[in-house]
Design a protein around this ligand. Structure first.
Ligand code: 13P
Length: 249
């Protein structure tokens, strides 16, 4: 497990029934022994989860949702999906705390409730953290990461079922990527917080934000990064495959 590299495709609000077929090439790659270290996870919109599950069933590719409601039982929450519903279609993961959801109302508190709910029902969590440009300019990155982690994990026992996705908000969808030197520093900061707060010494930390087939050559050099959370570039199989191949080779 420790040698695995995660390649998590976050399709956000993109894709349709037809686009599901485009991942057949990625399924083929996932069966190639050369790439057995690649742990590929697709997080499509809710409406495509079932199709993704069926098409990837005989492969190692796993499926995740992009968010969940914190409430564990069925309930009167129009438009929401809880972890039971996500699990029922065969998904194994859920993204929680994505900045696009933080900016539309997710707080550290309800992110914490969502993480608890997911872990309780044995869904693995892709926990997103990261600073905005404003916070970065005010030198608040470390304290933002600290409070996102500490509040997000409040009253949760140390466990191995969380992947920490460092996604600087200013890097998402902008084409801007931190310099390797800065990224290494931030990954170290996250490691230190986790080691102090949770005594977790080998956290799975991945990076997300404008990852593409070009910048992957640099990003892959950072050995403390255990994979990538890819938005735009994951929607085209060719680009996603390029990212996987360049990382593993
Ligand atoms: P982009 O790769 O499109 O910048 O998106 C990153 C992201 O938000 C993944 O969760």
């Amino acid at each position: 497990m420790t040698n695995n590299m995660f390649f998590i495709a976050n399709w956000k609000m993109f894709g349709d029934f037809k686009s599901v077929n485009s991942i057949k090439k990625v399924i083929k790659l996932s069966k190639d022994k050369k790439y057995k270290k690649a742990k590929i996870i697709y997080c499509p919109p809710y409406t495509l989860l079932d199709k993704f599950f069926k098409i990837t069933k005989n492969s190692k590719i796993e499926i995740g949702a992009q968010n969940c409601h914190h409430y564990q039982n069925p309930g009167p929450f129009t438009g929401s999906v809880n972890v039971d519903l996500i699990k029922s279609i065969g998904a194994k993961y859920v993204i929680i705390g994505h900045s696009e959801n933080r900016s539309s109302g997710d707080t550290n508190h309800n992110i914490n409730l969502k993480i608890k709910s997911a872990l309780k029902k044995k869904l693995k969590v892709i926990f997103c953290i990261g600073e905005t440009l404003k916070e970065k300019r005010k030198n608040k990155t470390n304290s933002v990461l600290n409070s996102q982690i500490i509040r997000g994990l409040k009253n949760i026992k140390k466990n191995n079922n969380i992947i920490f996705a460092y996604e600087p908000v200013w890097s998402i969808g902008t084409g801007l990527v931190p310099k390797n030197k800065d990224l290494k520093i931030q990954i170290n900061v996250i490691k230190k917080i986790l080691s102090k707060f949770w005594r977790l010494n080998n956290p799975k930390i991945i990076y997300g934000g404008s990852v593409n087939p070009k910048n992957i050559n640099d990003l892959r050099k950072i050995s403390s990064i255990k994979g990538f959370l890819v938005g735009g570039a994951s929607q085209k199989a060719k680009n996603f495959i390029d990212i996987i191949k360049k990382t593993i080779n």
